[in-house]
Design a protein around this ligand. Structure first.
Ligand SMILES: *Cc1c(COP(=O)(O)O)cnc(C)c1O
Length: 463
């Protein structure tokens, strides 16, 4: 058969586009993506990579597998609760629903009674104030880093042109200049504001007198950062918020406190983790926290504090550049008003119940694959740069290391922990309602090692 005859037999574009699977796919994906799929299969046939009689089926399979967004839901079997690589906090059912409801047109900046413009995200602000009654006012922005940037920029801003000739200084302890991850360092971020870092004390010890000695005409604020992702042990000392408040008052300075994790109030499980209520009671003018760490909500930066300071932040031009979108506002409000979040549930998971679930699953897995399947003690972690060194006692199913990539590549992706040549499956961050699904995934990965993977991804169960 000549090249030309061969080409002529390849199904034509109009014929392929008339297939019912295309109509079905149009509800999810756009014309450009559909044409790309069709043309790629035709090219494959021309180049002999796909037999001509299989082109149509290849197009149908590719269309069915195509998803409008590429993010793949995973079961987090690592035991790390706030897992940065897996999107930090998984949202509560209420927050997921709120995002869906806010996805269309919503009254995010309109009062439906008067038809007039209203304050953006008033509901989320109200919910944050109710959850944190120690705060006089609150503001929600894009993320924790943005909140820190806005707070420092606004409180250090100079009132007059003449004063602006001297850059403001933020006084901060050397023990608190943190790299928060992936090479991002808070000191680098802080100096982009134009204010200067005035470092005081040493890595392990900083005293109130260090702060006081650094105060001068250029001082814009006192800044305290919770070094959330590491711990200095031994000969250490720091200055608490209450003591910094007294110093700030003596010199008429604002006090900014970045807590990172965002516990609303103390948690007995995390004795070293500071909370918003405590920092406000101790006298911070503004306290900063992330929405998607221990608070268990969407990515957001929370700013709570004195009415006058928060008003100043809200009016600063930078506030517009870091404002949060309607989906975030909806999810934060639902998180704050809702029941226990998945993050809190995973944090406070009962070790005895975890053991029961893990042993039950291991027994059924062993029966299914007709081989031994061991359960070992395994410590979970808060993760996300929070509560370093706090172990959370639990259990894991121990498998050979080679299972980890197979589990990640399954029809439902399972991310387990790889540690010292073993693959550890920890149930802490998996909702009980997904235990059956996890068992299926484990059986699939362990059982039919030679079989082809299923092509169409299935959805995760409700959580
Ligand atoms: C995590 C963290 C940040 C950054 O917050 P994002 O929400 O990740 O932008 C800032 N400061 C501290 C102390 C943190 O722990």
């Amino acid at each position: 058969m000549s090249d030309e005859d061969h080409r002529r037999r390849i199904p034509r574009t109009d014929r392929l586009l008339a297939h019912p699977a295309v109509r079905e796919a149009r509800e999810r994906i756009g014309d450009a993506a559909i044409r790309r799929i069709v043309e790629e299969r035709q090219r494959a046939a021309r180049e002999g990579r796909v037999p001509i009689e299989e082109v149509e089926q290849a197009v149908v399979d590719a269309l069915r597998a195509e998803r409008p967004a590429s993010l793949v839901p995973v079961l987090n079997a690592t035991g790390v609760i706030v897992h940065t690589n897996l999107g930090r906090a998984p949202l509560s059912e209420g927050a997921r629903q709120a995002i869906g409801a806010a996805a269309g047109y919503v009254d995010v900046e309109m009062d439906l009674v008067s038809g007039r413009r209203s304050a953006r995200g008033a509901g989320a602000r109200e919910a944050l104030l109710q959850a944190c009654p120690e705060a006089e006012d609150a503001l929600i922005v894009n993320n924790g880093a943005a909140a820190l940037l806005l707070a420092v920029t606004a409180v250090c801003a100079r009132a007059s042109e003449r004063d602006r000739a001297i850059p403001s200084e933020m006084i901060v302890s050397r023990g608190e200049l943190v790299e928060i991850g992936a090479g991002f360092r808070l000191p680098d971020l802080l100096v982009t504001t134009g204010a200067r870092l005035r470092e005081v004390g040493t890595t392990n010890r900083t005293h109130l007198s260090d702060y006081e000695a650094a105060i001068g005409a250029a001082t814009g604020c006192l800044l305290k950062i919770h070094p959330s992702n590491f711990r200095v042990q031994g000969f250490t000392s720091g200055v608490d918020v209450a003591a910094l408040r007294r110093l700030a008052d003596a010199y008429g300075l604002p006090l900014v406190v970045d807590l990172g994790s965002g516990l609303l109030r103390p948690d007995a499980l995390l004795p070293d983790e500071p909370d918003l209520a405590g920092a406000l009671r101790a006298g911070a003018d503004v306290v900063i926290a992330s929405g998607d760490k221990l608070l268990g909500g969407p990515q957001a930066g929370l700013l709570v504090g004195r009415a006058e300071t928060i008003r100043r932040l809200a009016k600063h031009p930078l506030a517009r550049a870091v404002r949060s979108d309607k989906l975030t506002l909806a999810a934060i409000e639902a998180t704050l008003r809702g029941p226990e979040t998945p993050v809190q549930a995973a944090l406070h998971a009962d070790p005895a119940r975890l053991r029961e679930r893990t042993e039950g699953l291991a027994a059924r897995l062993a029966a299914a694959v007709q081989g031994p399947c061991e359960v070992v003690p395994h410590e979970g972690r808060v993760g996300g740069g929070g509560a370093p060194g706090v172990p959370l006692p639990g259990w894991a199913i121990e498998l050979p290391e080679a299972m980890a990539p197979r589990l990640r590549a399954g029809a439902v992706a399972v991310v387990a922990r790889v540690h010292r040549g073993r693959c550890l499956v920890d149930l802490r961050c998996i909702p009980e309602s997904d235990d059956e699904l996890l068992l299926e995934c484990l059986i699939e990965a362990l059982g039919d090692a030679g079989a082809a993977p299923r092509s169409a991804p299935r959805g995760l169960g409700s959580r």
